[in-house]
Design a protein around this ligand. Structure first.
Ligand code: MG
Length: 154
C-alpha cells in the first residue's frame, strides 16, 4: 500500500473558462495556467506521482512545453493513472479538499466526483471531494482556488 499527497493553486482571472475537477463551471472567471489551470486535477496528479515515487507534474509535463498550452488536465491525470496500472496496482481511494472563496462549489461536487472517477477508471464512491471556504484567511486566498489531494494505491 502506498500513499501520495498533492497540492496546487491557481489564480482566478477574467477571460478563461473555469475548469475544476475536469468539469466546466459557469463563472465569470477561470483559472490561469499554462494548461486549463485545473488545480484539483493537478493536485490529484501530484498525489498519484507521489505515491509511485514519480516526482511531480512539472517533471512529466513542463509548463514551458507549448504542447501543453491550454491542455485539458484530464490527460495529465490519465497519464498518472496509467503509471498506476503499469505497475499492476490499483487506486483504493482518493480524497481531496478544494479551498475557494468563490464560486460556491457545493452544487458541483457530485459531477466533479463522477468525472474524476471516470478519468481514473474507478467508482465515484472511491472519490471524495470536500469544498472549503478560506475562513480566516480570506484576504490571502482572494482570487485563488487551491486544492489538496491524498491517494492510496495498492
Ligand atoms: Mg497547476
Amino acid at each position: 500500500m502506498k500513499v501520495g499527497i498533492g497540492f496546487d493553486s491557481h489564480r482566478l482571472v477574467e477571460g478563461r473558462p473555469l475548469v475544476l475537477g475536469g468539469v466546466e463551471i459557469d463563472f465569470p472567471k477561470g483559472l490561469a495556467g499554462h494548461s486549463d489551470g485545473d488545480c484539483l486535477l493537478h493536485a490529484l496528479c501530484d498525489a498519484l506521482y507521489g505515491a509511485l515515487g514519480e516526482g511531480d507534474m512539472g517533471e512529466h509535463f513542463p509548463d514551458t512545453d507549448p504542447q501543453w498550452k491550454d491542455a485539458e488536465s484530464s490527460q495529465f491525470l490519465m497519464h498518472a493513472a496509467g503509471l498506476v496500472s503499469d505497475r499492476a496496482m490499483n487506486i483504493s481511494n482518493v480524497d481531496t479538499v478544494v479551498i475557494a472563496a468563490e464560486p460556491n462549489l457545493s452544487p458541483h461536487k457530485q459531477v466533479m466526483r463522477e468525472r474524476i472517477a471516470s478519468i481514473l477508471g474507478i467508482a465515484p464512491g472511491q472519490v471524495n471531494i470536500k469544498a472549503k471556504r478560506p475562513e480566516g484567511f480570506e484576504t490571502a486566498a482572494e482570487g485563488v482556488i487551491a486544492a489538496q489531494a491524498v491517494v492510496c494505491v495498492g
